[in-house]
Ligand binder design. Structure first.
Ligand code: PMP
Length: 720
């Protein structure tokens, strides 16, 4: 277990607190160590640079005599002291240093330098290290005039960045000084859920006396079972959320006085024990961070539940929605804590969240112009993205930029029909397979699976298409040629009517997460060639390495006439999609003065084009296939154990997709809440509990995702 000790300012006794806390942990029987990765103001002694803070730890524990990885002579901010010695501080080196020294210890205390925003180099501060370490924070404040403001500002910043606060230590507390006493009382009343520990002005080196002040705090921590501690924390979060709800509804909460409701809503956070004024622990209470980092104010979950539609929900009985404070890397920071993302936000956030490169691409374009109509105008982002796409998909000729996957499918269907109107006007039906999903607009819905899609809801309105059975031969089984018999028969019977076949290649996504054999697609190509039908591959979900190949159809020999791409195209940055057609279709549509009758307002949005281009450049430059292969082997290993569990029908993996198919439909809400408590974000549907993590997911996080699924199945959470 790690704790990060930081302070509201320099010179508030952070090192004394760290050393005393170290002593308290050692006294409680834990193996503990203190580390100071960066120290300025070091002095030469005995031929080496000695870090004064490390010398303090060493008085408590000989093992803590570990030289900082960055020790500088000049006593100033690290970025400046380093520059005087022509050195640069690298946060990844700091993280490696922490990892290397914290192994084998139950407790590692990491002391920062100065406060939260103390710069380490031109672009990073200690906050970046704290966020990367993601350990609970011990915040040290000097109990004096001004302490309330500096403590609350620091707490606000830490929470806005999703960090948990283990304790606030009010150092130099003089119990006879009315300012000190009133500071402590006020902060305790505001920081519900955070232990506020008052430390008297001890004599220098009297670590033993100071350590006694931490005894209650340490006794409240659960070391034996960290997973239980997490579960406990999450449960306690609920309590605080309810309190917050009450406060927001304007109901009088016993603990909140009328005037402090709003600020309590902002500050009633985190995973710790409430310490009463006398230092005795009275009750446990954990509340989630509710303030969004972008200063948009607290997230009003009541308003959300009452007035905002979420996907596929009832207006009167909506499923629970979690407030997101920020998302970064492969983590989503919610009001319930940090969650490892297992969904890539429905296939799209392949590079995780908050990529500075994608942000920079958007910002640069924004400075030029964020949008202009595409009718009669064009721009470099659209043209450059087009060049990039054609280099990745050389068999295509024309690109139509659409604003979402569903719209792309509409455009693809329109293009196929327009083509046939100029070539074989009687062909106006679409053939597809059961178990497919292509979006929620009317044309797209008409080719979704008629049962799991919404056909019964809209019967009489939806275009009636032709359906063949789901491709039955598994991706990983030897090909069974008879698996194409049925679709061949249906095609031949209706070939005069069939304008196009549309299908998700290799992976049927939202229609069942089913992986089928590539040779099925080769057969479709033959059928389309025989009767001049248009072959459309919907790669909106599968495109851009998700299945292990850049595009899923690379597993087969066939190429489609039209391809739809979306989702990961913009790296999950914004809604964007495209339809690419080959020359035959482009020219066929335009024959006899024909035009493709579609033109969204936000067509070829320059921001979306600029971000997508950067996203594709990054994906192509990196070893994306290797990353996906690693995730695949981690998923295979991590989910293997599910096969033998009760209730499991099938376990399958392909590329960065892992699926545990249950025998019956699962209870989505029960599973979602279990997963949130486990610190992972997994949203099952139908019978499937599945993973498609961002490609940047580290192995340990893929393992954590798989473990959470294994436990959910073992504990039968899916039954509700
Ligand atoms: N086609 C497929 C294969 C999809 O998975 C989806 C989205 N899940 C769509 C089309 C529709 O895309 P959008 O949600 O962007 O409209």
């Amino acid at each position: 277990m790690k704790f990060f000790v930081t302070a509201v300012n320099t010179e508030v006794g952070k090192t004394f607190v760290t050393a005393s806390l170290l002593r308290a942990f050692l006294q409680s029987g834990r193996t503990a160590i203190a580390l100071k990765p960066v120290q300025t103001g070091c002095e030469m002694s005995g031929g080496r640079l000695v870090a004064p803070d490390v010398s303090e730890y060493a008085k408590v524990n000989a093992y803590s005599d570990i030289a900082p990885i960055y020790a500088f002579k000049f006593p100033a901010s690290p970025h400046y002291s380093a520059s005087l010695e022509h050195r640069e501080i690298k946060t990844d080196e700091i993280l490696k240093f922490i990892d290397a020294h914290s192994a084998q210890r139950e407790i590692t205390l990491i002391e920062g330098a100065g406060g939260i925003f103390v710069p380490l180099n031109s672009h990073e501060s200690f906050l970046d290290v704290m966020r990367a370490v993601d350990a609970p924070i011990v915040l040290v404040c000097k109990n004096e005039l001004g302490a309330i403001n500096s403590a609350l500002c620091s707490v606000y910043v830490l929470r806005s960045h999703g960090l948990k606060i283990a304790a606030l230590v009010l150092n130099f507390t003089d119990e006879k000084d009315e300012i000190c006493v009133s500071n402590a009382a006020y902060l305790k009343s505001k920081l519900k859920g955070i232990p506020v520990i008052s430390l008297r002005k001890f004599q220098k080196d009297d670590f033993a006396a100071a350590a006694r002040s931490f005894e209650n705090f340490i006794a409240s921590l659960n070391f034996n079972d960290p997973s239980q501690m997490d579960a406990g924390a999450a449960n306690l979060n609920e309590t605080a959320a309810i309190a917050l709800d009450a406060a927001q509804r304007g109901q009088k909460d016993a603990n909140l006085d009328e005037n402090s409701k709003n600020s309590d809503a902002c500050f009633a956070l985190d995973t710790a024990q409430v310490c009463e004024q006398d230092g005795e622990i009275k009750s446990s209470h954990v509340a989630p961070p509710l303030m969004s980092a972008s200063n948009t104010g607290p997230i009003d979950l009541n308003f959300d539940a009452k007035h905002l539609w979420h996907p596929y929900t009832s207006a009167t009985h909506p499923l629970k929605a979690h407030g997101v404070l920020r998302a970064e890397g492969n983590k989503i920071y919610t009001t319930q804590g940090a969650l490892i993302d297992g969904m890539s936000s429905w296939w799209c956030a392949v590079q995780g969240y908050g990529s500075e490169t994608l942000n920079a691409a958007a910002t640069a374009q924004m400075k030029e112009f964020s949008h202009v109509m595409f009718g009669g105008l064009t721009h470099a982002p659209a043209v450059n993205l087009g060049k990039k796409l054609l280099s990745m998909l050389p068999q295509f000729d024309r690109i139509f930029y659409a604003d979402s996957g569903s719209v792309a499918v509409e455009v693809a269907l329109k293009a196929a029909i327009c083509y046939q109107q100029n070539v074989s006007p009687k062909k106006n039906k679409i053939l597809t397979v059961r178990g497919g999903y292509h979006g929620d607009t009317f044309g797209a819905m008409s080719v979704c699976d008629p049962v799991t899609g919404m056909h019964s809801l809209f019967s009489g309105i939806l275009a009636r298409q032709i359906f063949a059975p789901r491709p039955s031969c598994r991706f990983d089984a030897p090909f069974d040629p008879s698996s194409t018999d049925k679709i061949s028969k249906i095609f031949k019977e209706n070939k005069d009517e069939i304008a196009a076949i549309i299908i998700e290649p290799i992976v049927q996504g939202a229609g069942g997460m089913w992986f089928y054999h590539p040779k099925f697609l080769d057969r479709l190509r033959e059928l389309c060639d025989e009767a001049n039908a248009v072959l459309i591959f919907d790669e909106i979900a599968t495109g851009f390495w998700r299945t292990g190949r850049v595009f899923a159809y690379e597993y087969c020999s066939a190429a489609p006439d039209i391809i739809c791409i979306g989702k990961a195209l913009s790296g999950g940055f914004m809604s964007f999609a495209a339809v690419l057609t080959n020359e035959k279709i482009a020219h066929g549509v335009s024959r006899n003065g024909g035009v493709l009758m579609h033109g969204p307002t936000f067509m070829a949005n320059p921001l979306a084009c600029a971000v997508s281009l950067k996203n594709l450049e990054i994906l192509c430059a990196q070893d994306t296939a290797q990353k996906v292969a690693q995730i695949h082997s981690d998923l295979q290993e991590g989910l293997r154990g599910c096969r033998s569990l009760d209730g499991v029908a099938d376990v399958r993996t392909l590329g960065a997709i892992g699926v545990v198919e249950m025998k019956e439909a699962v209870d989505v809400e029960a599973l979602q809440e279990f997963f949130v408590k486990r610190g992972v974000w997994i949203r099952p549907f139908g019978k499937n509990i599945y993973l498609m993590p961002p490609f940047i997911t580290p192995r340990s996080d893929t393992q954590a995702l798989c473990e959470a699924i294994r436990d959910a199945v073992k504990l039968k959470i899916y039954k509700g």
